[in-house]
Design a binder for this molecule. Structure first.
Ligand code: UD1
Length: 417
């Protein structure tokens, strides 16, 4: 397996364009199945999770062709209503195809999804919502077998937690259901809005995307469209972290600043100068940062759980103590133990992590355990003395397009071996 080699200490300089959002691309690719037509999705990042979504589409009998960062997806024909376990296990988002297949075929068979191990990650909210929409669900030897012989019907669905994946799955299932679906306590993430923008352009009738209540009037048919995926706010936060930890000045192009509303003020409080102009952000970091104010992860518009790990890397070298409270996933501090191998002072207990900033980090050999955790280790290694080797690639490639190339273009000494 390939490894990342990072010689720390270089200051970063220059401009990069932030890739398209992984967490938007995946549900939109699933939603193409209900459009039953050709859609062209632009700004799809080259990631292994996106490759998995393409494999699922092809397994279902659809065609998907890549041309640069655009994917031409034709879902007029679909020959299959199940997803094999091998593809389900490759990523969590494979479950978002359930709503799409049910809407299209009135039945579906798949297994429990894989993805990063961040805790239990159940799918009860997805399945409960489908039951309310008229789906009968049986579990048999690990298979989830779903039938909606009379088709899906609209329903009032109150989510116990504003789950991103459940909200997406319900929206995709509801756009062609009979009647009205109302989701209360819906997730408000920008990726939900992006999915709804795509579906509405296909002829769906969705109101309230980005708000806590989403109303979907079922329509008889949809058509294809072309759509450009929003920039990836978590990749942007990771690049900001890379600049901050190395005391650097960089410019990020293709950023939607409002999507980073809970992130930008933290960097400013830590001493970074951030300037925004249309679609671009410059970040200029001091030699040594101050500790961040307390960081609590919460659903959007709060601080994103996916940015917790990269910011923790930054906090290891800041002056003072940063306290993190992880409220979304119960097991999302696996990077903390690896950061201590670089000399960081991190203590975790349950959902809380306390990071006491040190003056310097030194290189080590590290193991990544999940996607954002691997980004955290890479960010810390950029500032550590010596060469750090990170066994990470399988995770990093799931969410960061050409991570080493991007970092090299900014002047970092990063190699993939
Ligand atoms: C999505 C993102 C992921 C991000 C997360 C939270 C994608 C591809 N992934 O994941 O990067 O970290 O949102 O912002 O978009 N839960 C249940 N039952 C369910 C579903 C969820 O209890 O049926 C719980 C989860 O265990 C977790 C919380 O709800 O504790 C949030 O999960 P959810 O918002 O669903 O995350 P994902 O959609 O899996």
């Amino acid at each position: 397996m390939a490894k990342l080699l990072i010689e720390g200490g270089n200051r970063l300089r220059g401009e990069v364009t932030v890739q398209g959002s992984k967490n938007s691309t995946l549900p939109i690719l699933a939603a193409t199945v209900v459009a039953e037509d050709e859609s062209v999705i632009h700004n799809c990042p080259h990631l292994s999770d996106v490759d998995t979504a393409v494999k699922i589409l092809r397994f279902l009998g659809c065609s998907a062709t890549r041309c640069g960062t655009s994917l031409v997806v034709d879902t007029k024909s679909i020959t299959c209503d199940h997803i094999p376990d091998s593809l389900m296990r490759e990523m969590r988002s494979s479950i978002i195809f359930l709503g799409a297949i049910l809407a299209r075929c009135k039945k579906a068979r798949l297994t429990f999804p894989g993805g990063c191990e961040l805790g239990a990650r159940p799918i009860d909210l997805h399945l409960d919502a489908f039951r309310r929409m008229g789906v009968t669900i049986r579990e048999h030897h690990g298979d989830i077998i779903c039938f909606a012989d009379k088709g899906l019907r609209g329903a009032n669905i109150a989510l116990a937690f504003p789950s991103v994946g459940a909200t997406e799955n319900i929206i995709i299932a509801a756009v062609k259901a009979k009647g009205t679906t109302v989701i209360t306590n819906a997730a408000r993430e920008p990726e939900i809005e992006d999915l709804c923008t795509y579906l509405n352009a296909c002829g769906a009738d969705i109101r309230g995307a980005g708000e806590g209540t989403i109303v979907i009037e079922g329509v008889d048919s949809l058509h294809g469209t072309s759509h450009t995926v929003i920039p990836d706010r978590i990749v942007a936060a990771t690049l900001m972290s890379a600049a901050a930890v190395t005391g650097s000045d960089i410019v990020l192009k293709g950023v939607v600043a409002s999507h980073l509303g809970a992130v930008i003020p933290l960097f400013e409080e830590a001493g970074c100068d951030i300037q925004l102009s249309s679609g671009a952000m410059s970040i200029s970091a001091p030699q040594r940062l101050k500790a961040f104010p307390m960081i609590r992860t919460t659903p959007y518009p709060g601080f994103p759980t996916d940015a917790q790990a990269p910011l923790m890397a930054v906090s290891t070298l800041a002056q003072g103590t940063t306290v993190f409270v992880e409220n979304i996933f119960e097991n999302r501090y696996k990077h903390a133990g690896e950061l201590t191998r670089l000399g960081a002072k991190v203590k975790t207990e349950g959902r809380v992590a306390v990071v006491e900033g040190v003056r310097e980090l030194y290189s080590s050999s590290l193991q990544a355990y999940d996607l954002r955790g691997s980004a955290s280790l890479a960010v810390a290694a950029l500032a550590a003395q010596g060469v750090t080797v990170i066994d990470t690639t399988k995770y990093l490639e799931r969410g960061y397009e050409d991570f080493d190339g991007t970092m090299r273009s900014l002047g970092a000494d990063v190699k993939m071996i």
